[in-house]
Design a protein around this ligand. Structure first.
Ligand SMILES: NC(=O)c1ccc[n+]([C@@H]2O[C@H](COP(=O)([O-])OP(=O)(O)OC[C@H]3O[C@@H](n4cnc5c(N)ncnc54)[C@H](O)[C@@H]3O)[C@@H](O)[C@H]2O)c1
Length: 262
């Protein structure tokens, strides 16, 4: 959390009941925003109450619901200045393509890809009319490389691509669209995946230069920066917040990351 109050106005955070979305809701509130917490889980009510915001039950898989929520928030809370799309579901990693049920593949695309696009669309519409607004999509480092997540990885690559296409489309209307790609972040979703045995973080220290997992609050500060006027000249970027995970891939062939010298 920060002392900076550089995010005045209304902020909408999807997936705000938990993890990265919750951290963003808290960070935006600390920076002066009035936050609308949107989530499919009623747990968002407690987060909203805690930060003086408002909770709205919302399934980003349902365009009618998102459209209605966008209209409701604009009329009851005022013009939306910032949108953070953090609603998302993780995928079991072990499944091979032919073992992975198509309905489960669809669920991930529906929430992570289609849901992100629809949220940008319905909240972006009013921003375009007003010619102001800032959107930050939560993508993933998994969308920047090949992983065994045959639905999640393409869906997150699509989030990065739509961030670029919408930034180009909406830039002349002064609406900025950026993405943050978290690395391995210790959220309830990750903890649940670890408990199921779907993820192995024992290698994170060997493959991550900064040698650790990421705290959701560290993602939130990067999101807040991109949303704020401090990033007024930045649109269409995808900022990895990954403790250096992406830049260490090429090192394994040469014996891996080295211990500090001296
Ligand atoms: N945790 C990580 O390591 C990690 C890494 C990279 C990217 N991400 C991304 O960050 C985002 C947040 O993940 P997290 O780890 O904080 O997970 P989380 O489960 O802690 O939080 C996700 C929130 O999204 C909500 N949600 C799920 N489906 C929804 C729907 N249809 N409509 C509205 N809300 C819905 C959940 O109820 C939950 O509150 C996701 O997009 C995820 O893909 C996470």
């Amino acid at each position: 959390m920060t002392e900076k109050r550089n995010l005045p106005g209304v902020a909408v955070v999807t997936g705000g009941a938990s993890g990265i979305g919750e951290a963003c809701a808290r960070e935006f509130a600390a920076r002066g925003a009035t936050v609308a917490v949107l989530d499919i889980s009623p747990a968002g009510q407690a987060v909203a109450d805690d930060i003086g915001g408002k909770f709205f039950l919302c399934d980003v898989g349902d365009e009618k619901v998102i459209e209605a929520r966008a209209a409701e928030i604009e009329s009851t809370m005022g013009p939306v200045e910032y949108l953070v799309t953090s609603a998302g579901i993780l995928q079991k990693s072990a499944m091979r393509p032919h073992e992975f049920p198509i309905p489960a593949w669809d669920d991930i695309v529906k929430v992570d890809q289609r849901g992100t696009y629809l949220t940008c669309l319905f909240f972006g519409r009013k921003m375009l009319e007003r010619k102001r607004g800032s959107i930050v999509n939560i993508a993933s480092v998994a969308g920047m490389m090949s992983t065994p997540l045959h639905s999640y990885t393409p869906a997150k690559a699509a989030v990065i691509a739509m961030t670029q296409t919408l930034a180009a489309e909406w830039g002349r209307s002064w609406v900025r669209v950026n993405a943050v790609s978290p690395g391995v972040t210790l959220t309830p979703a990750l903890k649940a995946a670890l408990a199921r045995g779907d993820r192995d973080v024992s290698t994170v220290e060997t493959v991550s230069p900064l040698n650790r997992l990421i705290d959701p609050a560290e993602i939130a500060t990067a999101v807040a920066f991109l949303a704020s006027q401090e990033a007024a000249a930045i649109t269409g970027v995808n900022l990895p917040v990954d403790c250096g995970w992406l830049v260490s891939n090429g090192w394994h062939f040469y014996g891996g990351l080295r211990e500090p010298q001296g």
